[in-house]
Design a protein around this ligand. Structure first.
Ligand code: COA
Ligand code: AMP
Length: 628
C-alpha cells in the first residue's frame, strides 16, 4: 500500500487500520474492542485484549524457531567486555530475574525502579517486570540522588534494581551512594534493592535491604509470563515538564506492542533477523522503544552499547560497532554525530570499516541541523532519516518511512506524519492554519496506539498539559509548519523545555535549584545554542539586596548545586549576575526575549514590558562576558 493510502486509512478509520495491525502480534486474548473511551474519557486501544509484552519480545520467538538467533549484543568499550544473548538465553535470564522479583513479593501492577548503566541486566530487569505484569520505571544513570528520590516518591516502588557502578568513559560513577542518598531523601521506602555487583567497583550491600543480583538469581525459580490487559501499564518513564516535578509518562502494554511492531517495520524497515542499533541509553524513551522493546518484539537483534560516540576509544567507535555486528540501521541523536565530526572532521575513521550492511542512519531527539545532515550525507552516503517524536508518543510522529514508500527528503524537514498521527498546525485560537504558516503542532485525537493515556497518578496534569489547550487535540509543545507537499518542519519548543545533547531538560527545574541558593533573589535559565550539544543552559541571576559575593565563586556554587540536585547531565556550566531581569508589567520574566538576546537573534520588545532599558543592559552584560 502507498504511504498516502495507508495514512488516509489510518486517520479516516483508525479502528479498522489498527485492528489490522493488532493482528500481527500474538495476543493471549484477541481484542474485539479496538478503540474505546476509559473512565477519564481518554481514547484507549484494545481495551478487552490480553497479552504479555515480555512474551512477545522473547518466548514467542523461541517458540517460533528463533531461540538460537542473537537477541542482544552487549558491547562495552569502557570495560572491554562483549557478550551476546540468544533469544533462548535472554528468555531464561529474564524468567529467572522475574522469579527474583516475584520472590520479593512483586506482583502485577507493583512498581519497580531500575537505576542502571547500559548493561544487559537493565533490559533483563525491564523485561522481567513485564513478564510478571509489574510496572518498571527506569531512571537515567546520570541523574543525581534528588532526581532519583523524586521518582521513587512518585512511583512508590516495592523494589529498586541497581548496580554497584556505571562508567563514564574512564570515570567510575558509584551508584550505591547515589541510591542510598535517594532512598534516604525519599518518603516512600522500597522494601528491597537488588544490586548487581560489577567487578570494576563493587559496593557494600545494606544488610536487611539489599540482595546481591547473582545470589538472588541463583536462588530463584523462573517465573512464567502472566496475562495482562492491553490497557495495563507496562512502564512509567519520567520526563521533564515545565515545572520542577517530572511527569510520569504511562505506557500501556497492548497499544505499545502494536506500535513497536508497526514502527519497526514501517519507520525503520527492520525485519526479523536484522540488526538494529539505537545508540542511546535505556534511561530515555529511545532506549525503551528501540533498544529494548521494538527490536525484540520484531525479532531483530539489538545492540546494547556502553560507550560514547567519541573517546571510547575514538571517533571511529560508531563505525567499528556497525562493521562488527553488521548493523543495518543505526539511530542516534545529531549531537553524537557532531561530536564525531568535531574529532574526525574528514570522517577518516569510517574508511577503516566495512559499512556495507548499513542501510540507513536515523536521527531524532533534537533538531537535525543542516551542517550535521550534510556531513553525514557526504561521508556515510546512506539515506538519513530525521524523525520527530517525544517520550509521550513513544514512537515517531513524523519521519521518512523507510518501510513504506520512502520519499525525497527536504532540508530541515522531518518529512511526513506517520500513519496514525493526524498532525495539524493550529493558531493561538486553535484553528488550523494554511500550508506554509507556522503554529503549534497538534495531533487530532485519537492518538494512535502506543501514546500515553495519562500521567502517573496525575491525570489532571495530563489534561491540563496536553488536552485542554485545544479541545479535540493533543498539543505537542513544539512549534512548526506543514508545507504544501505535506512535509512537516519542527521549529522548536514553545515552552521552557530545552534539549541538551539530545537530553530533554526543564529550565524551570534548573531555576528552582538556582533560586534555592542563599544569595539568589531571582533567576531565569534559558537555552543558548551550542555547536556540540544543540543547546546549553545559561542562568541569569539577580542577587538579593546587600549580598556581596565573588561572581566566579557564585557561579561555581550554582554549577555544583545543579550537579548535586539534577545531575551532571544538565550541563549547567554558565551563570551570570544581572542587575535586573526583563519583566512584563504584571511581573512575568520575559524568557523568550532573553533567549533571543543570548542567541543573538532579532527580537521585538513586547508592548507589555515594564522597562525596555533592561534589555540593553542584559545585552551589554552578556557581551562583556563573551556569552553572545
Ligand atoms: N551516568 C553518569 N553521568 C553521566 C551519564 C550517565 N549515564 N551520562 C552523562 N553523564 C555525565 C557526563 O559524564 C558529563 O559529565 P561531566 O560534566 O562531568 O563531564 C555530563 O553528564 C554531561 O554529559 P553529556 O551531555 O552526555 O556530555 P559528554 O561530553 O559526556 O558527551 C556526547 C557528549 C555528545 C558524546 C553525548 O552527549 C552523547 O552521546 N549524546 C547522545 C545523546 C543521546 O543518546 N540521547 C538520547 C536521545 S536519541
Ligand atoms: P524527548 O521526550 O526527550 O524525546 O524529547 C522530545 C522533544 O525533543 C520534542 O518535543 C522536540 O522538541 C525534540 N525533538 C525530538 N526529535 C526531534 C527532531 N527530529 N527534530 C526536532 N526536534 C526534535
Amino acid at each position: 500500500m502507498s504511504y498516502q493510502k495507508q495514512y488516509q486509512a489510518s486517520v479516516e478509520q483508525p479502528d479498522v487500520f489498527w485492528q489490522e495491525q493488532a493482528q500481527k502480534i500474538h495476543w493471549f486474548k484477541q481484542p474485539s474492542n479496538i478503540l474505546s473511551k476509559d473512565e477519564n474519557g481518554v481514547d484507549r486501544w484494545y481495551a478487552n485484549g490480553e497479552l504479555n509484552t515480555a512474551y512477545l519480545a522473547l518466548d514467542h520467538h523461541v517458540l517460533n524457531g528463533r531461540g538460537d538467533q542473537t537477541a542482544l549484543i552487549y558491547d562495552s568499550p569502557v570495560t572491554g567486555n562483549k557478550a551476546q544473548y540468544t533469544y533462548s538465553e535472554l528468555t531464561e535470564a529474564v524468567a529467572h530475574f522475574a522469579g527474583v522479583l516475584a520472590a520479593q513479593g512483586v506482583e502485577k501492577g507493583d512498581r519497580v525502579i531500575v537505576y542502571m548503566p547500559m548493561i544487559p541486566e537493565a533490559a533483563i530487569a525491564m523485561l522481567a517486570c513485564a513478564r510478571i505484569g509489574a510496572i518498571h520505571s527506569v531512571v537515567f544513570g546520570g541523574f543525581a540522588p534528588h532526581e532519583l528520590a523524586v521518582r521513587i516518591d512518585d512511583a512508590e516502588p516495592k523494589v529498586v534494581v541497581s548496580a554497584s557502578c556505571g562508567i563514564e568513559v574512564d570515570r567510575i560513577i558509584e551508584y550505591k551512594p547515589i541510591l542510598d542518598e535517594a532512598i534516604e531523601l525519599a518518603e516512600s521506602k522500597p522494601s528491597r534493592c537488588v544490586i548487581l555487583q560489577r567487578p570494576e567497583k563493587t559496593c557494600e550491600l545494606t544488610a536487611g535491604r539489599d540482595l546481591d543480583w547473582q545470589q538472588a538469581v541463583a536462588d530463584a525459580k523462573p517465573a512464567d509470563c502472566v496475562s495482562v490487559r492491553s490497557t495495563d501499564p507496562l512502564y512509567v518513564l519520567y520526563t521533564s515538564g515545565t515545572t520542577g516535578k517530572p511527569k510520569g509518562v504511562v505506557r500501556d502494554n497492548g497499544g505499545h506492542a502494536v506500535a513497536m511492531n508497526y514502527s519497526m517495520e514501517v519507520v525503520y524497515d527492520m525485519h526479523p533477523g536484522d540488526v538494529f542499533w539505537a545508540a542511546s541509553d535505556v534511561g530515555w524513551v529511545v532506549g525503551h522503544s528501540y533498544i529494548v522493546y521494538g527490536p525484540l518484539i520484531r525479532g531483530c537483534t539489538t545492540v546494547f552499547y556502553e560507550g560514547k560516540p567519541v573517546r571510547t576509544p575514538d571517533a571511529g567507535a560508531f563505525w567499528r560497532v556497525c562493521e562488527e555486528y553488521k548493523v543495518k540501521g543505526i539511530f542516534a541523536a545529531p549531537t553524537a554525530f557532531r561530536a564525531i565530526r568535531k574529532e574526525d572532521p574528514e570522517c577518516e575513521l569510517a574508511k577503516q570499516y566495512d559499512l556495507s550492511a548499513l542501510k540507513t542512519v536515523f536521527m531524532a531527539g533534537e533538531r537535525l541541523d543542516p551542517p550535521t545532515y550534510d556531513w553525514v550525507d557526504q561521508h556515510i552516503q546512506r539515506p538519513i532519516v530525521d524523525h520527530w517524536w517525544q517520550t509521550e508518543t513513544g514512537w515517531a510522529i513524523a519521519g521518512n518511512h523507510m518501510g513504506l514508500e520512502p520519499t525525497a527528503p527536504k532540508a530541515g524537514s522531518v518529512t511526513r506524519p506517520s500513519p496514525g498521527y493526524n498532525v495539524q498546525i493550529l493558531d493561538s485560537r486553535g484553528n488550523p492554519v494554511e500550508a506554509g504558516e507556522q503554529g503549534s503542532i497538534a495531533i487530532k485525537l485519537p492518538l494512535p496506539p502506543g501514546c500515553l493515556p495519562t500521567i502517573w497518578h496525575n491525570h489532571e496534569r495530563f489534561e491540563a498539559g496536553y488536552l485542554n489547550t485545544y479541545p479535540g487535540y493533543y498539543v505537542s509543545g513544539d512549534g512548526g509548519m506543514l508545507d504544501e507537499d505535506g512535509y512537516l518542519f519542527v521549529l522548536g519548543r514553545t515552552d521552557d523545555i530545552i534539549n541538551v545533547a539530545g537530553h530533554r531538560l526543564s529550565t524551570g527545574e534548573m531555576e528552582e535549584v538556582v533560586a534555592g541558593h542563599e544569595a539568589v533573589a531571582e533567576c531565569a535559565v534559558i537555552g543558548q545554542s551550542s555547536d556540540l550539544k544543540g543547546e546549553e543552559p545559561l542562568g541569569l541571576v539577580l542577587l538579593k539586596d546587600g549580598i556581596d559575593i565573588d561572581e566566579e565563586q557564585l557561579k561555581k556554587e550554582l554549577v555544583q548545586r545543579v550537579r548535586d540536585n539534577i545531575g551532571a547531565v544538565a550541563s549547567f556550566k554558565n551563570a551570570v549576575v544581572v542587575q535586573r531581569l526583563p519583566k512584563t508589567r504584571s511581573g512575568k520574566i520575559l524568557r523568550k526575549v532573553l533567549r533571543n538576546i543570548a542567541n543573538n537573534e532579532e527580537y521585538v520588545a513586547p508592548s507589555t514590558i515594564d522597562d525596555p532599558a533592561c534589555l540593553t543592559e542584559i545585552e551589554g552584560t552578556l557581551s562583556d562576558k563573551g556569552l553572545r
